[in-house]
Design a protein around this ligand. Structure first.
Ligand SMILES: Cc1ncc(COP(=O)(O)O)c(C=O)c1O
Length: 445
């Protein structure tokens, strides 16, 4: 009998007992390769000695001090490190305990910025369908994941959702990627104008879409055009890099590859690599200045803001990534991993698309490659793949509702940056076997 309120009330998951590197072991002695780093979290793998040492040292010195009384050396160091490596113009880091908190802070800071500037009529957010920004009510309201939103819809503040950048399904025949990106930016502009350009606070987007549709990479020029649209209408651009940031795509921030700088940038997962719950919101100096010259106070806060042990873990994770050249390693190994996935999975009749960047890959499954028709959602193919992969000692992050929140299946891979080429090959091989077994079992029905 368990007293833990687990994710599913009819299933108690296996008991994890130890983990090191890219492997995690359970009570029954089974060992799994953590090919998704949980949910794209474990960028350094498990039990990294330098991160553990930094956490131990901080615990011995001081585990907690409330931010309404004190700052700490370690929070100051982490914020300085983040700002030193952040996109141009970022001046401050608001240190929270996870991705949803980072996004809540982003939404409220964006709103307060306009209140400080006297533009109180700006009350509306525009975001994208097939997106995920967190499960708290504000983040859920801007998120475009139909399944996650449905039961709570009456509680969510209204938001407008425009098309995601989903070239595999939505780029028209004969349309170039650049033309497709411009079409999407025009759709955003229409949505802004329709609502009233002086009433919109911000456009919110994951730079590379993550969990909902399985790693949607933007087409060239899309975010530049989006940035221009936002600027034309005085609308802020909030980028959610909770999943795709902190090196996951091969650069510290995914937006570096798009040549755009957001006004607010949310990070979490890879920031602390799972060693502690930690997230951050990075803010442009002009936002901070407006607030500083106005009320001088962000009307927000949580008990665990800037938690010293979380900051120590995040600082150590970021220092190791830098010291060990792990972003360069991810960039070097990304094409090798892509080739392994293509080789292992590309020929499978139910693999419709393999897409991604760096160590962040999505595989979309289809019933028919030609028409791109998804599997019947009742088959729950994504859950079958998870089961088959787990049985082969491989942890992956599959999802359903890839196409529209209801139909479609994908598998998300986010291996730790320390994974060797042999590890990457093992991931591709085991996943191919799991996909084969899961699709065969649907055909047998
Ligand atoms: C893009 C994105 N934003 C926000 C979140 C929410 O983060 P958390 O689960 O840490 O609250 C997630 C989590 O998967 C995410 O992928």
């Amino acid at each position: 009998m368990t007293h833990v309120f687990h994710r599913h009330l009819h299933q108690v998951p296996p008991v994890a007992v130890s983990a090191s590197g890219i492997r995690i072991r359970d009570e029954a002695g089974r060992e799994f390769i953590d090919a998704s780093g949980g949910a794209a979290v474990s960028c350094l793998g498990h039990a990294h000695p330098d991160v553990l040492a930094a956490m131990h040292a901080q615990i011995d010195r001081m585990a907690y001090a409330h931010t309404s009384f004190f700052t700490t050396e370690v929070a100051e160091q982490l914020a300085s490190q983040l700002i030193a490596t952040a996109p141009e113009g970022m001046s401050h880091a608001y240190l929270v305990s996870g991705g949803s908190e980072a996004m809540e802070a982003a939404l409220k800071m964006a709103r307060q910025y306009f209140v400080e500037k006297g533009q109180v009529q700006r009350t509306h957010f525009i975001a994208r369908r097939q997106s995920y920004h967190g499960n708290t009510l504000g983040a859920l309201a801007v998120g475009g994941n139909a399944w996650r939103r449905a039961p709570f819809a009456p509680l969510l503040v209204p938001a407008t959702h425009v098309s995601p950048c989903y070239s595999y399904r939505d780029m028209q025949p004969g349309e170039t990627p650049v033309a497709y990106g411009l079409r999407l930016a025009a759709e955003l502009e229409t949505a802004i104008v329709q609502y009233g350009s002086d009433r919109v606070i911000a456009f919110v987007a994951e730079t590379v879409g993550g969990a909902t549709a399985g790693v949607l990479t933007p087409v060239p020029g899309y975010f530049k055009a989006v940035r221009e649209v936002c600027d034309r209408h005085g609308v802020l651009l909030i980028l959610d890099e909770v999943m795709c940031g902190m090196g996951r795509t091969g650069t510290l921030y995914a937006c570096e590859q798009e040549g755009v700088v957001p006004d607010l940038l949310a990070i979490a997962k890879g920031l602390g690599g799972g060693y502690q719950p930690v997230g951050a919101l990075l803010a442009q100096n002009r936002i901070v200045r407006a607030m500083s010259e106005g009320s001088g106070f962000f009307q927000h806060g949580h008990t665990y803001l800037g938690h010293p042990v979380a900051c120590a873990a995040a600082l150590a994770v970021q220092q190791v990534i830098q010291r060990d050249g792990l972003l360069e390693k991810v960039r070097r190994d990304a094409p090798v991993f892509a080739a392994m996935l293509a080789q292992a999975l590309g020929g499978h009749p139910n693999v419709g698309d393999i897409r991604g960047r760096g160590f962040f890959w999505g595989i979309e499954l289809v019933a028919d490659r030609e028409s791109k028709a998804p599997f019947d959602p009742a088959l729950k193919l994504h859950a079958r793949i998870k089961k088959e992969a787990t049985a082969r000692g491989l942890l992956v992050y599959p999802g359903g509702g890839t196409v529209d929140g209801r139909r479609g299946d994908h598998v998300l891979l986010a291996p730790p940056y320390i994974s060797s080429r042999a590890d990457l090959q093992e991931i591709a091989t085991r996943l191919a076997a799991a996909v084969e077994a899961a699709t065969a079992s649907t055909v047998a029905l």
